[in-house]
Design a protein around this ligand. Sequence first.
Ligand code: C5P
Length: 234
Amino acid sequence: MKLPSRPQDKIIIALDVPDTDGALRLLDSLGEPPALCKIGLELFTAEGPSVIKAVRSRGCEIFLDLKFHDIPNTVAHAVKSAAGLGVAMTTLHAVGGPVMMEAAAKAAVGTDLLILAVTVLTSMDSAQLVSTGITVEPREQVLRLAGLASGAGIGGIVCSPLEITTIRESYGEKLRIVTPGVRPTWAAVGDQKRVMTPSEAVKAGSDWLVIGRPITAAESPMEAYAKIVEELAS
Ligand code: C5P
């Protein structure tokens, strides 16, 4: 997938709504359609592939965020299905392991699909990791998983903005980086814990920013969107 050149194309709008009507209303409230929208578990489980068609008809490419984690054969076929839907990006959990990731990467060969490996969810802290048997610090685990993803031929990762610099230091431009947890100074932080502003995240080396509530819950989504684009452009 080509890297975005215009500032507005670095923003992926998270369509965290329960149905297609809500997704289209949200898109229409933005004025100009964004280059990329994220469809996640809630919306896809409710509406299925038809929501992808509906959102694409508004001129947006799709980041299908279903975070696959299963045996290699199953994940490879799921990746083929995602490619068949014509989405631009999809996700899997890096903890599925190198063999699963290699099978996924192979399944996407010959397509334009960018597979992103989710490293450590931003909702996990050290205590949560320890309870699952992982005793290293989250940052170390992120680095380890990014290394496995890169070695397996996966094109990019999803990580918190605070980990971008470490990943770039270790992997240069080999991995695309997508970061949620982005908050402009004027927006509520909400339940996100480890945040950066949009321009800080891009400066640190993020290729795309996933942004939900700072835009979608704003009084005027169009104004909030324009304000963030302006911040990125300056
Ligand atoms: O509303 P907000 O900007 O926090 O939305 C961020 C989006 O990114 C949500 O769809 C959320 O599920 C997703 N996400 C996240 N942290 C991760 C992975 C995905 O916030 N580690």
